[in-house]
Design a binder for this molecule. Structure first.
Ligand code: HEM
Length: 394
């Protein structure tokens, strides 16, 4: 096993591993140099197994290779496997870029709360060209809406359907928001909603319906709660939602098991800092594995099971204060759309289960439902969910 002290990390036992892998899905540098270390240097060396050690053992060579080979398929899962072996803080090198992988609530708190300011930058993904194209497109959208508004105020004609951009243009006109609100603010808000808000929000709905169809007992409890509070009303209001505790627990449990962005959005350290006793250099990219944290057996009882009840008598929430549940990240770069996303999810889910009874297509058993995830930044189902809806009351 190669084990050495590295000048950059003077106070930790530092294992350096050279692993070759051949990615099936990308052409990135096939040589990944992976450096990983453990917070506790008192841990016996043999327990701090390395991929190098595995290579020396028959039958285990493949383990290390497979994990890294699959990094590009399901990185949150591969990184979970690595963190189980190497600990909650791992330093990997993707080519020449150092990447710190965070896989425990305690370490996430250190990054996203204690040293929030230092880790509040994002890696520059060189998106200038795309940004310019988006900007032009959004200019046209705003102009088109202005033109239609003008035509309507002169001629009184035109369509009556108003959308989100019309509402933002009204706010611009009113000048009542108390801060400069012009075309740039409108474009930024439209961009945020569409780029960060749509895919993620619908992903939660897809997973929550999947879990409810796999767990008819939970569906039953939820429908009983929602229908009792809705009490025959055609539309559920926000005041009703506040009383729906099981509904909220179901959504929390779904976000725990299926955070739409399992590795959150990368951060970049702006200066040298010490995390859990380790020196982390400025310019290190940080990936937080919220998916692994949500399934940590030291926090969660039966972590892989869907059990909304675990949240009924618990104050744990997803708002960025409880680091064992961070689907929206935390701190100053945490998701600003959390409330909007959850209000949407609660309202849509409550209406779906209030107005319909749900079943899997005939012949498909709950345990046979395909749970394969697709790949990408946002993780949704690979195969679309098919369900049979029967209006209620029928
Ligand atoms: C279920 C739905 C959503 C999930 C799971 C989600 C998750 C996230 C996560 C993990 C981050 C990175 C946080 C961090 O680095 O700590 C983020 C950032 C962001 N989200 Fe969301 N989001 C959702 C919905 C929305 C919605 C509806 C909007 C807009 C209306 C939105 C706008 C943004 C923006 C603008 C950022 C970047 C913030 C920054 O870099 O300062 N998100 N989101």
């Amino acid at each position: 096993m190669a084990s050495e002290q590295d000048g950059k990390f003077p106070d930790i036992l530092h294992m350096k591993i050279q692993v070759e892998f051949h990615s099936r899905t990308s052409n990135i540098n096939p040589h990944v140099r992976s450096q990983s270390f453990h917070p506790s240097s008192s841990q016996p060396l043999k327990d701090r197994d390395s991929l190098e050690t595995q290579k020396q053992r028959k039958n285990t060579v493949a383990t290390g290779d497979v994990q890294l080979q699959r990094l590009s398929d399901y990185p949150h899962r591969s990184l979970q496997a690595l963190s189980r072996r190497y600990g909650p803080l791992m330093m990997l090198h993707f080519g020449s870029a150092p990447v710190l992988v965070v896989s425990s609530a305690d370490c996430a708190r250190d990054i996203l709360k204690t040293h929030d300011l230092i880790f509040s930058d994002r890696p520059n993904a060189k998106v200038e060209r795309v940004a310019r194209e988006f900007d032009q497109f959004l200019d046209e959208v705003v102009e088109e809406h202005r033109r239609k508004m003008e035509e309507k105020s002169i001629g009184g004609g035109g369509e009556d359907r108003r959308d989100f951009v019309d509402v933002l243009l009204d706010i611009e006109k009113d000048k009542t928001v108390g801060f400069a609100f012009g075309a740039d603010s409108i474009k930024a808000l439209v961009l945020d909603i569409f780029s960060a808000g749509t895919d993620t929000t619908y992903t939660v709905l897809e997973w929550v319906m999947t879990e409810l169809l796999r767990h008819p007992c939970a569906m039953n409890i939820l429908q009983t709660e929602v229908r009792k509070i809705a009490n025959g009303k055609p539309n559920i209001t926000h005041a009703d939602l506040e009383k729906m505790h099981y509904l909220r627990a179901v959504l929390k449990e779904t976000l725990r098991l299926h955070p739409p962005i399992p590795l959150l959005v990368p951060r970049l350290s702006t200066r040298d800092v010490k995390i859990q006793g380790y020196n982390i250099a400025a310019g290190t990219m940080v990936i937080t594995n919220a998916w692994t944290i949500g399934r940590d057996p030291s926090t969660w009882d039966e972590p892989d099971k869907f059990k909304p009840e675990r949240f009924l008598n618990s104050s744990v929430d997803f708002k960025g204060q409880d680091f064992e549940l961070i689907p929206f990240g935390a701190g100053r770069r945490g998701c600003p759309g959390t409330s909007f996303a959850m209000a949407t999810n609660e309202l849509v889910l409550a209406n779906l289960v209030n107005k319909f009874d749900w079943a899997l297509p005939e012949g498909l058993k709950a345990e046979d439902l395909d749970m394969t995830e697709c790949t990408g930044l946002t993780i949704h189902r690979k195969v679309h969910l098919l369900a049979v809806a029967t209006p209620f009351p029928s």
